[in-house]
Write a protein that binds this ligand. Structure first.
Ligand code: CO
Length: 135
């Protein structure tokens, strides 16, 4: 089951500069910075009340974020929904005709198992499902 919007991901070219910008905007600094090597990104997380913002900077030219920036420039990259059971939700969504970009949930930033849906099937919006890793 999808519960809430867990975070909104924003692609940025210069994470240090964007950290400063978002600290001014949200009036709170990032609570976490984390590299996700498998995705070729470094991330920063901000939290305002229940809302999280994830800033993503590419760490190499083959990173999906580097490709996104080349194609579309900086901006909203994905919307992440919290799910209580990621595998069950992936099965449900595949049954509804959505295409998952990874068949097996993978470890994302901020202690989450994640799966992305192909934006071609979601009105151009990259959707992330994420489930807190409890272990
Ligand atoms: Co995300």
């Amino acid at each position: 089951m999808l519960t809430n919007v867990e975070h909104i991901g924003i692609a940025v070219r210069d994470l240090a500069a964007s950290n400063e910008l978002f600290t001014k905007l949200l009036n709170v600094g990032p609570y976490k910075s984390e590299a996700v090597e498998s995705e070729g990104v470094t991330t920063s997380f901000f939290k305002v009340s229940q809302t999280k913002i994830e800033l993503l900077e590419a760490t190499n030219p083959d990173s999906p974020i580097a490709k996104f920036l080349d194609k579309k420039g900086e901006g909203i990259h994905h919307i992440a929904f919290e799910v209580d059971d990621i595998r069950a939700e992936m099965e449900r969504l595949k049954g509804e005709g959505f295409t998952v970009l990874n068949e097996i949930p993978k470890r994302g930033a901020d202690n989450k198992l994640v799966c992305f849906l192909h934006p071609k099937g979601t009105n151009g919006v990259l959707v992330e499902l994420c489930q807190e890793i409890r272990e």
